[in-house]
Design a protein around this ligand. Structure first.
Ligand SMILES: [Zn+2]
Length: 226
């Protein structure tokens, strides 16, 4: 393989077994962002860097995402007990990935993050990304299952700053809408729209999303909700 126009090889030191390996990353100038879905999923024309965010060690199977923080000492003992010992055979997904390979990489990272008791917010973001990958495959059932998990973790999440808190509230409402839980969606969006302390950015996002839903999508689904 060697030189590749779309990818470069990123060098990784495994945080678990300490061995070295390389894994593909998409060259940023090869990605073209087309739009963002209402739950912030970036949609690319062609190459999708999302598929290459998780590095999976081909030696021991440890899976790492850059958002993880509990990657040392006692947390690694938990990872060893609850994850590494349960692994059958480490996956080798360090080169070009299909969406299915990417789903495997995120599911492994999700297992590692749960074993090391990472924060709810981090688990929510990982579950949301797995849902996005199923959306790319147009597999609604597993997408909804992971959206449900993401929503549950967002409801238990705390953010360090206001922007983060607003993002959590927005996503909780948005995922409720996608899951067909209209009561929670309406409650969440209404709160974002009416609360004067919420930033203009999120007030506008919430108002646009809720109005689009009410006028464009809702009438097709059910006339009698309001
Ligand atoms: Zn390793």
């Amino acid at each position: 393989m060697g030189f590749n126009i779309n990818y470069y090889e990123s060098k990784v030191d495994c945080k678990f077994c300490k061995k070295h390996f390389t894994t593909y990353k998409v060259r940023p100038n090869r990605c073209q962002l087309m739009k963002e879905d209402t739950d912030f999923m970036p949609v690319y024309d062609g190459l999708n860097p999302l598929l290459y965010e998780v590095a999976v060690c081909p030696h021991c199977g440890y899976a790492y995402h850059k958002s993880m923080t509990r990657t040392y000492g006692p947390f690694m003992m938990l990872v060893n007990e609850l994850y590494i010992k349960e692994l059958q055979k480490p996956a080798d997904i360090c080169r070009e990935r299909t969406i299915d390979d990417a789903i495997v990489s995120y599911q492994l990272a999700y297992l590692v993050a749960r074993a090391s008791m990472e924060e709810s917010l981090l688990l929510a973001n990982l579950a949301l990304k797995i849902a996005w990958l199923y959306r790319l495959k147009q597999e609604a059932e597993p997408e909804l299952r992971y959206l449900e998990s993401a929503r549950e973790f967002y409801s238990k999440s705390y953010a360090a700053n206001q922007e983060g808190t607003e993002r959590i509230h927005y996503l909780y409402s948005e995922l409720s809408l996608r899951l067909g839980d209209m009561q929670e969606a309406k409650k969440g969006f209404s709160r974002l729209i009416s609360d004067r302390k919420v930033s203009n950015k999120y007030r506008k996002l919430a108002r646009d999303r809720w109005e689009n839903y009410r006028y464009d999508e809702a009438p097709k689904i059910n006339e009698n909700i309001y």
